[in-house]
Design a protein around this ligand. Structure first.
Ligand SMILES: [Zn+2]
Length: 480
C-alpha cells in the first residue's frame, strides 16, 4: 500500500498540469480512494470553453472544438470540451462557441506613446519625416505626463486589437512600464539612448544611467522586461554603442535597436563609422544574449549569417517600411538561414495604427509580392511570426507565444461571425487574411481578463480618449 501511495504521489507530481489524470499504470488496481480522486474536478480560475483553439504549438494543433483551463497565471490544460468539463471546476467560464481562441499577438517593435503623433507629417521619407516633424514635435512635447497619456492610448488600442506583448523603444520608459502594468499588458520596454539632448536625458551618459536605474527598478517583474534601446548606428558613436552593449550584458537585459532601416542609414553608417550598420556593430561585439533588430531591411546575405551566428532576432515592420518607402526586409532569407523573425507595427506615427492583424497580413502579402511567389509566407507562417516567432525574437518563447500547458495564459478570443469572415473553411486563413483587430472579443494576459466582450476592464476608455485629445493640442502647437 505504501508503495502504491508513493507511486500515486510521483504520478501526480509528474503530471504536467499538477492534477490527477487517467494515466495510471495498467497493473494498478482501482481503489476507492483512486476513484474518488479521479472524479473530483480540480478548481481553476478560468475555462475558455468550446472554441476553435489554434494553439501554434510545435505540432500546430487546432482543436475544433477545444477548451482550455487557466489557473492563476498559467494554462493548465488544453483538451476537448468534454474532457475539460469533466476535469475542472472553473470560477469563471468564457463561452467561445464559434470563435477562435489563439495566442495573443506579439508586437516586436513599436513606440507606444507615439500614437500621440498619429497622422502627423504623412507621405514623407523617413529622414525628412523624422527631422521635420517627429524630432521637433518630440522636443517640445515629450514629458512624463505626455508619455503616460500616450501609452495609455496605445495600451487601449493594443488590448482592443489582441496584442498581449509589445516591445517598446521610447523615453521615460519607467512611465511606460507603470502604465503597461496597470493596463495588464506584457512589455519588453527599452529606455532610449540617443546622442542629441532629449526630454529625459541631456547626454548619452545620462541615458545610460537612466537605463540602469530603470532596469533595476523593474528587474524580475512578472509583466515588464526592462531593456535598453540604442536608437540606431547613425545617431550614436562607437563609444556609446559599446557602453550600451556592456550595460546590457552586465544587467542581462535585451537590446533593441533600429538596424539598417533605410538605404540612407547605410550611407550614413558608412560615412560615420566607415562600415555598414551590421559590420560596425559586429566589430564592437555589440550583440547581447537577446538583441532585437528592428526593420533590418538593407541587409546582405553575409550579414544574415552574422545575425544568425549571434542569435539576433529581427522585427519585420512591413507597414511602416511600405509607408515610408524604406524597402522590404529579406524575410525569406532570414527564414532560410534560421534567423528568428517576428512582426512589428512600428510607432503609430508611421503605420498609422497598432493593429497586429493588419501587420500580419501585410507581412505575408509583401513577401509574396517581392518574391513573385504566392507560396512565400503562408497564412500559418504569418500567424507563427506574429505569435511564437515574436516570442522567440524577444527571448520569451518558453513563457508565451503559443497555447501550451505550462505557459502563461496570454490568450485572445476572436469573433468569427462578421460578413467578411463568412463562410469559415480554414480558421488560420480567416485570422490572417480576413480578420481585424476589432474582431477580438476578449483579451487575456497572464491569466487576467483585460477585455471581455469588447469591454476593456483595466482602463477607463472614455477618459483615455479624452486625455489624449486634450494632450494633442500640445502637438498641434509644437508643429505650427
Ligand atoms: Zn521604430
Amino acid at each position: 500500500m505504501r508503495i502504491r501511495m508513493l507511486a500515486a504521489t510521483l504520478l501526480l507530481i509528474g503530471s504536467p498540469i499538477g492534477v490527477p489524470t487517467t494515466r495510471f499504470p495498467a497493473w494498478w488496481g482501482e481503489s476507492a480512494w483512486q476513484t474518488a480522486v479521479m472524479r473530483q474536478p480540480a478548481a481553476v480560475s478560468l475555462v475558455i470553453a468550446n472554441g476553435i483553439v489554434i494553439t501554434v504549438d510545435g505540432g500546430r494543433r487546432i482543436l475544433n472544438p477545444g477548451s482550455l483551463a487557466i489557473n492563476g497565471t498559467d494554462i493548465v490544460a488544453v483538451d476537448t470540451p468534454a474532457n475539460i468539463a469533466a476535469r475542472f471546476k472553473a470560477a469563471d467560464t468564457i463561452d467561445a462557441t464559434g470563435q477562435v481562441v489563439m495566442p495573443g499577438l506579439i508586437n516586436t517593435h513599436t513606440h507606444a506613446a507615439m500614437v500621440m503623433y498619429r497622422g502627423l507629417g504623412n507621405d514623407l521619407a523617413l529622414m525628412d519625416w523624422l527631422q521635420k516633424y517627429i524630432f521637433p514635435a518630440e522636443a517640445k512635447t515629450v514629458s512624463p505626463e505626455f508619455v503616460r497619456i500616450g501609452t495609455r492610448l496605445a495600451a487601449l488600442e493594443m488590448i482592443q486589437s489582441g496584442t498581449t506583448l509589445f516591445a517598446d523603444m521610447y523615453y521615460f520608459e519607467e512611465e511606460v512600464a507603470r502604465v503597461t502594468k496597470a493596463a495588464g499588458l506584457r512589455g519588453v520596454l527599452g529606455q532610449t539612448v540617443i546622442e542629441f539632448p532629449v526630454a529625459d536625458a541631456k547626454t548619452p551618459a545620462a541615458a545610460l544611467q537612466r537605463s540602469e536605474r530603470f532596469a533595476k527598478e523593474f528587474a524580475g517583474d512578472e509583466l515588464i522586461t526592462p531593456s535598453i534601446a540604442p536608437h540606431a548606428v547613425y545617431t550614436l558613436d562607437a563609444k556609446t554603442l559599446t557602453a550600451v552593449s556592456e550595460l546590457a550584458k552586465r544587467l542581462r537585459i535585451p537590446i533593441q535597436i533600429h538596424l539598417a532601416e533605410t538605404s540612407a542609414e547605410t550611407g550614413m553608417s558608412q560615412q560615420r563609422h566607415k562600415m555598414r550598420p551590421v559590420a560596425i556593430l559586429d566589430s564592437l561585439k555589440f550583440w547581447a544574449p537577446v538583441t532585437i533588430a528592428a526593420h533590418a531591411v538593407w541587409i546582405e546575405p553575409d550579414e544574415i549569417a552574422l545575425l544568425k551566428q549571434h542569435s539576433v532576432g529581427v522585427s519585420n515592420n512591413p507597414e511602416s517600411n511600405m509607408k515610408l518607402s524604406s524597402g522590404t526586409a529579406p524575410v525569406m532569407g532570414y527564414r532560410k538561414a534560421g534567423v528568428n523573425v517576428g512582426i512589428g507595427t512600428d510607432g503609430a506615427a508611421s503605420n498609422n495604427d497598432l493593429d497586429m492583424f493588419e501587420a500580419m497580413r501585410q507581412a505575408a502579402f509583401q513577401q509574396k509580392l517581392i518574391t513573385m511567389d504566392p507560396t512565400a509566407i503562408s497564412a500559418p507562417e504569418a500567424l507563427e511570426m506574429a505569435t511564437i516567432g515574436g516570442a522567440r525574437v524577444v527571448g520569451q518563447q518558453t513563457r508565451v507565444g503559443s497555447i501550451e500547458v505550462g505557459k502563461r495564459a496570454d490568450v485572445i478570443v476572436v469573433g468569427m461571425s462578421k460578413a467578411r469572415q463568412t463562410p469559415l473553411f480554414d480558421p488560420v486563413s480567416q485570422i490572417v487574411y480576413a480578420s481585424r483587430g476589432d474582431d477580438v472579443e476578449t483579451t487575456i494576459v497572464n491569466g487576467k481578463v483585460l477585455m471581455r466582450n469588447r469591454k476593456v476592464l483595466t482602463l477607463d476608455e472614455a477618459r483615455v480618449l479624452s486625455d489624449a485629445k486634450a494632450a494633442a493640442d500640445q502637438v498641434r502647437k509644437a508643429v505650427r
